[in-house]
Write a protein of this length. Sequence first.
Length: 86
Amino acid sequence: DKQIIERLPETSLKILRLALTYHTKSSRYLQKTLTSATRFDLDGNPKEEINDTHRAHAQQLLNERAKKNAERIKAQAEFDRLRQLE
């Protein structure tokens, strides 16, 4: 966020952090974290390698999401089944 604030000082820090949080917790970003070797800076230049700790965290978040989604689908299917019995 510091690099963005340097370039766009009029940007609200609160809004910027919300946007960055939204972006870095997106499934697409997490999946790219698993498959990419390098992070890039704001200009698109290679910055640093993605380490195993970051990959493990991304995988954990994706696994938790998949589990919650499966539970939601199962609950919806059960709800639909019960409604059909009425």
